[in-house]
Ligand binder design. Structure first.
Ligand code: PGA
Length: 260
């Protein structure tokens, strides 16, 4: 069975000092040793160190980053590399979030370079893909998802692909309060798993985790995780309050064990 993965993407929120207080509060509220659940927070780069310190050793919460650059070091003003993230204790890194694609023009080839850099340094990439509302309305969702998967992953070694997580995040659902329906998410996840089987192998497709993201809340997490096609969630707005993120974590920690 695939372990559920819940990732909180803080985006550009919380100073380093705010992050310390928040992380301490969160630690006191999340399940202490979730059996079939991995919890990750992805603060801004500037708060990674304070979150790492607040989490301490053997924390039930792991550290992730929101982005990375593909070179290890050099004259790349403003960028942060995989070795830098690794050194700060990051285990995961989000790549190709729709805000990076839309606001900063990130495209397939660049996203693949970032995925490769993460894999080369033992970081586990979470590749974000998703269609716009116009693409959904004109029936090209599957095509868009397939293209984004190929752009990000084609040519990577099968062993490397085994550590990849995909986050299906319909652009129209991000930050809008309008989540995809469970049926829409399941259909997209099936497509993604088929593409993974073709790009990597059926075995990789079977063990890869596919998360849903886009207006996930304490109210809809249970119904999303009720499907064994949905292996967790990438959460934006609802991860910024201790109460809502801890509730989501608690629901996720029992989701598979009670067979919902
Ligand atoms: P949201 O963001 O939960 O606020 O919709 C999700 C995301 O951007 O990953």
């Amino acid at each position: 069975m695939r372990t559920i993965l819940i990732v909180g993407n803080w985006k550009m929120n919380k100073t380093a000092s705010e992050a310390t207080v928040f992380t301490r509060d969160l630690l006191a509220r999340v399940p202490a040793q979730p059996a079939n659940l991995e919890l990750v927070v992805a603060p801004p780069f500037t708060a990674l160190e304070s979150v790492r310190l607040a989490l301490g050793a053997s924390s039930p919460i792991q550290l992730g980053a929101q982005d990375l650059f593909w070179e290890d070091h050099g004259a790349y003003t403003g960028e942060v590399s995989a070795p830098m993230l690794k050194d700060l204790g990051c285990r995961y890194v989000i790549v190709g979030h729709s805000e990076r694609r839309t606001l900063f023009g990130e495209q397939g080839d660049l996203i693949q370079k970032k995925i490769r850099a993460a894999l080369n340094h033992g970081l586990r990439p979470i590749l974000c893909i998703g269609e716009t509302l116009a693409q959904r309305d004109n029936g090209t969702t599957d095509h868009v998802l397939t293209q984004q998967m190929h752009d990000g992953l084609s040519g990577l070694a099968t062993e490397a692909l085994a550590t990849i997580t995909i986050a299906y995040e319909p652009v129209w659902a991000i930050g809008t309060g309008k989540s995809a329906t469970v049926e829409q998410a399941i259909a997209a996840h099936r497509t993604i798993r088929q593409v993974l089987a073709a790009v990597a192998s059926p075995a990789v497709a079977d063990c890869a985790r596919i998360l849903y993201g886009g207006s996930v809340t304490p109210h809809n997490i249970e119904s999303l995780l009720a499907s064994d096609q949905i292996d967790g969630a990438l959460i934006g707005g609802a991860c910024l309050q201790v109460e809502s993120f801890a509730t989501i974590a608690t629901v996720a920690s029992v989701a598979r064990s009670i067979g919902v």
